[in-house]
Design a protein around this ligand. Structure first.
Ligand code: KIV
Length: 262
């Protein structure tokens, strides 16, 4: 799978699949499952590092995780999320840091958050030959400005702004656009009016593809489960039971058995 194949999928009316991964083992599982895009999301700041939001994770930490994921992916597209302050301050920062993900992390492209104020960055990154995905709607790096994780584009003016930002992002050269936490109707309108693919999360069924945070859909991370998450497994409960059983077996002398000894 290569970046231009995503455009082809949209044109053929085939849905694009995307999941996050943060390490070699899970990246292999996701890739073996035939998922098109594996995103090294800055959500790792919360679900891997235990931070309260996505703001603290650094470029070096994101590159470390991207490298692990790239080693596990043979078929899919590895995308890296540009962390907070790696692209906002200047166009030069944006190009240099985006380039690091390809050069040091083995990614095929990057994703960054923001609309009209990030157009210069998107143009420059794309102009440097680095595929870039936009991200509009609920943009977690702006949590303090939004006043929390709230659905965006609910009133007419906000919805128009998001639609016009989406068009600007396409014109700036982005290969795709992620839409997070917006009404399904707005996501449908944007997906119809753009020629590049849209990927939705909490944006209804009419985007050209869908993404979820892997630990959410596997039921591993349950500190906060938004309405849009579907849990396809309950791995937290499976792991909890296994750990309790192991502890009990060791304490009662049932583990290891003769068969498990040399
Ligand atoms: O960081 C992340 O995991 C994301 C989600 C929207 C998938 O950007």
């Amino acid at each position: 799978m290569m970046i231009p194949d995503l455009q082809k999928k949209k044109e053929e009316g085939k849905k694009i699949t995307m999941l996050t991964a943060y390490d070699y083992l899970f990246a292999r599982l996701v890739d073996d499952g035939g998922v098109d895009v594996i995103l090294v999301g800055d959500s790792l700041s919360v679900v891997v590092q235990g931070n309260p939001n996505t703001l603290p994770v650094t470029m070096d930490e994101m590159i470390y995780h991207t490298r692990m994921v790239s080693r596990g992916v043979k078929k899919g597209i590895v995308l890296a999320d540009m962390p907070f302050l790696s692209y906002q301050a200047s166009v030069e920062d944006a190009v240099r840091n985006a380039g690091r993900f390809l050069k040091e992390g083995g990614a095929m492209g990057v994703k960054l958050e923001g609309g009209s104020s990030m157009i210069k960055q998107i143009k420059a990154i794309s102009g440097a030959g680095i595929p870039v995905m936009g991200h509009l709607g609920l943009t977690p790096q702006s949590i303090h400005q939004m006043g929390g994780y709230k659905v965006q584009g609910k009133n007419k003016k906000d919805a128009e702004n998001i639609l016009s930002d989406a068009r600007l992002i396409q014109e700036a050269g982005a290969f795709a656009l992620l839409l997070e936490g917006i009404p399904a109707e707005l996501a449908r309108k944007i997906s119809k009016s753009l020629s590049i693919p849209t990927i939705g999360i909490g944006a209804g069924p009419d985007c050209d593809g869908q993404v979820l945070v892997l630990y959410d859909m596997l039921g591993l991370f349950d500190q906060f489960v938004p309405k849009f998450v579907r849990q396809y497994a309950n791995l937290k409960e499976t792991a909890r039971k296994a750990i309790l059983q192991y502890k009990s077996d060791v304490e009662s002398g049932k583990f290891p058995s003769e068969k498990e000894s040399y």
